[in-house]
Design a protein around this ligand. Structure first.
Ligand SMILES: [Mg+2]
Length: 447
């Protein structure tokens, strides 16, 4: 434990960072044909002698990233001037103060742009806390006192499904055997699946080539985007199934494209290719719709979560029996504190968590949450996989490392959130060197 200090947070610095991914159709799906993977990025600076900074971000796909940055800036007054010791000892108080801002709360509550901004700031605080504790975040969480973890969770609106006492019991029980699981995790890593073969904009040759390579690289599950055209989906699923063989799990992802009846028809039409799950079959807000799809398409599983606003909606999805696989996202909800609640809800209901990570930096973040879950909560990786998408990692200072289809456990202190300064400089929109040159060239073409 570091000695007490009088250090304060001195600045909340923001950056609008956008990568031109739309040019290669990386990330393309049935609802997002031309995403430019972007980060509304925040740095907490302090006057502490250790020089540590807290880095966090939320993920968007291009236009609107400036709106997201403005939302983070609206939180600045809550953060600047805080004691660094107090912030790191109790990020839950920051989380509660941000969520509880009586005027900003009107913009949600606890959903959308404002809530994602809170998530970015809260995650930055956890990055700082983990750096000061000299531990990767998964380890800080896995070694924390269970009662302290419970104190980090906002149980408002949850107690009909999960009480603080139940959460404590799950965490105390989850700690049994943690040392062995930590050793195993450090040796083997955490299983992953890959989405990189199946973007909708890829042709069949590229899809087949990447699917074959994924299996050779050790992945036991791949995922395909579906939902734009049924004949295309039949052809692509057939090609993918032929490429990977019968023993590999093939997930499909509609990115909210369908109405409920259409989701049922379409999923059944692809059933001959033995899809493992159908992801986001319909609106992420439609809890009863997901439940209806799940009843109708079994044994195909229903997965959702990357656009689920908050713990309250996850609670209802679980209570309604609306999902088989819970896909939390590190940067959609209000940060680590709310994701602790979501992991505990999933554990209580016995639903596996397979985090969403298609985006910039999401692989880097979610691995910490899954590894904590494995070591100190559910104690298992059975039927659990973290999404892996193989681009943009080189922009991070502590990028994910894949070994034989597994995420290697991060060992560097922090939340793996920090981007390289030169990447921030180059891809800041619109003034960074890449975008300034790109926008000037476009202007010239138009002239
Ligand atoms: Mg998805």
């Amino acid at each position: 434990m570091a000695p007490p200090t009088t250090a304060r947070v001195t600045a909340v610095e923001t950056h609008d960072i956008r990568f031109p991914t739309s040019r290669d159709l990386d990330g393309s799906d049935a609802m997002n044909p031309d995403p430019d993977y972007s980060a509304a990025y925040v740095v907490l600076r302090t006057d502490a002698a250790d020089g540590h900074e807290g880095h966090g971000f939320t993920f968007t796909i291009g236009r609107g990233n400036d709106v997201q940055v403005a939302a983070i800036e609206a939180l600045r007054a809550h953060v600047v001037g805080r004691s660094v010791d107090a912030l790191c000892a109790d990020p839950g108080t920051l989380s509660r103060d941000l969520i509880g801002d009586s005027q900003l709360r009107w913009l949600g509550p606890e959903k959308g742009v404002m809530h994602m901004a809170i998530g970015a700031v809260v995650n930055a605080a956890w990055d700082l806390a983990a750096k000061r504790a000299d531990k990767p975040l998964w380890r800080l969480l896995a070694e924390a006192d269970p009662a302290w973890l419970v104190s980090q969770i906002d149980f408002r609106y949850l107690t009909d499904a999960l009480t603080p006492d139940e959460a404590l019991a799950l965490l105390v029980h989850g700690r049994e055997g943690a040392a062995e699981r930590t050793a195993h995790l450090l040796e083997r890593g955490y299983p992953a699946y890959t989405t990189s073969a199946g973007w909708l904009g890829y042709d069949d040759e590229k899809l087949t080539r990447l699917a074959v390579r994924a299996v050779a690289d050790g992945f036991r599950q791949i995922k395909l985007k579906v939902g734009a055209d049924l004949a295309d989906d039949v052809r692509r699923c057939r090609a993918a199934r032929a490429a990977v063989g019968p023993g590999i799990r093939l997930a499909i992802d509609a990115n909210q494209r369908w109405d409920v009846d259409e989701a049922i028809r379409w999923t059944r039409a692809l059933a001959e290719f033995d899809p493992y799950w159908i992801e986001e079959p319909t609106s992420p807000d439609d809890i009863l719709g997901h439940a209806a799809v799940r009843r109708a398409v079994a044994p195909v599983k229903v997965a959702t979560g990357e656009h689920v606003h908050n713990r309250v909606v996850f609670k209802q999805l679980l209570q309604a029996g609306a999902l088989d696989v819970l896909q939390l996202d590190a940067a959609r909800v209000g940060g680590v504190n709310e994701n602790l609640a979501i992991l505990l809800l999933a554990a209580k209901f016995g639903v596996p968590v397979c985090p969403h990570a298609g985006g910039v930096g999401l692989c880097e973040l979610v691995q910490h949450l899954s590894m904590f879950d494995h070591v100190a909560l559910t104690g298992t990786t059975e039927d659990r996989v973290i999404e892996y998408v193989d681009h943009l990692h080189d922009h991070f200072l502590d990028p994910v490392v894949m070994r034989a289809g597994h995420y290697a456990a991060p060992t560097a202190p922090g939340f793996s959130a920090a981007m390289r300064p030169e990447s921030i400089e180059r891809y800041t929109y619109p003034g960074g060197t890449f975008w300034a040159a790109d926008l000037a060239a476009r202007k010239e073409n138009e002239a």
